[in-house]
Design a protein around this ligand. Structure first.
Ligand SMILES: [Zn+2]
Length: 293
């Protein structure tokens, strides 16, 4: 996770990537990256201009040490997915066309399967898993390379994706173009302003550059969306269901020397570790926004 000592220093953003103000305040150094806050719009972000190659190497190293990261648990994820699907169906009683950006194995699309389901996934093995159930409407690759379909979709979702993107504003512009008028964008990210995040500071589990490059809250998300031609219509802190062992894995942030990681290993493959706990620390925010006319 640490940036190599021989890695050349990356250039730093001198202004806010969203509002372009130059008043930036350094908050923390984490994993060799500087995390800063814009004094004008309060956006928190990695100030280093991370390159595509650097990210590719980072994700390759994560895959190599997959052991220290969460194994997805569909049963737990479905708790969230069903709540989100209900929120979407209240606005769209008739099935439409949905695109899930970063669709992983296609689990969210599974709960939307009465809709015309499309997915985009950068990890080839995950995309292939989604394709087995959702067919050729799953496109492997980055969202930047996803074919542009003007005005096609009723709903586009970005769940645990938006805070990973190097260039969030062009991604929102692409979403806006691909939605029909009145179409809905759904963004789910970690909430940097929840009490838990404030208490934890740079130890908040979502502060994991360069995986996460931006750290949003309701205010900054609303700002980036309204700047991109969307009107926020709903924002919600939906709780999650986690296994007990996963709680400790999250607290360890994948650091094998952490006492939380030792607790996780002790709980792994035990009945106690499998107990499900419902958590809602307001640390996850889901925002729904409509494409403005
Ligand atoms: Zn700003």
């Amino acid at each position: 996770m640490e940036r190599g000592l021989d890695s050349r220093p990356t250039p730093m953003y001198s202004s806010c990537p969203v509002c372009h103000a130059t008043g930036l305040k350094g908050l923390w150094e984490v994993n060799g990256y500087t995390i800063a806050r814009c004094s004008a719009c309060f956006l928190v972000f990695v100030q280093n201009e991370v390159t595509a190659g650097e990210l590719a190497a980072h994700y390759a190293s994560i895959e190599a040490e997959a052991d220290v990261y969460d194994q997805p648990n569909v049963e737990c994820l479905n708790y969230y997915y069903r709540k989100l699907a209900d929120m979407i169906r209240r606005r769209f009683p008739q099935p439409g066309k949905v695109l899930d950006v970063g669709c992983s194995h296609g689990w969210f699309l599974d709960v939307m399967k009465d809709w015309e389901c499309h997915g985009n996934e950068i990890v080839a093995a995950d995309a292939q898993a989604a394709r087995e159930r959702h067919g050729e409407r799953i496109v492997t690759g980055s969202f930047e390379d996803y074919p542009l379909r003007e005005g096609y979709f009723d709903v586009i979702t970005l769940q645990d994706v938006f805070d990973h993107l190097r260039y969030p504003m062009p991604a929102l512009e692409k979403c806006r173009r691909m939605l029909r008028p009145g179409g809905l964008i759904v963004i789910k990210v970690h909430n940097i302003s929840c009490l838990y995040a404030r208490l934890m500071g740079s130890s908040f589990y979502a502060i994991v550059p360069p995986s996460h490059l931006f750290f949003y809250d309701r205010r900054t998300l609303t700002r980036v969306l309204s700047d991109s031609g969307f009107q926020v219509v709903e924002s919600k802190f939906i709780g999650h269901v986690l296994k007990m062992k996963t709680v400790f894995l999250r607290l360890s942030r994948g650091r094998q020397r952490s006492p939380f990681y030792r607790a996780y290993r002790a709980l792994d493959d035990t009945a106690l570790g499998e107990i499900k706990v419902r958590k809602n620390l307001h640390d996850i925010i889901t925002v729904l926004a409509v494409k403005a006319a």
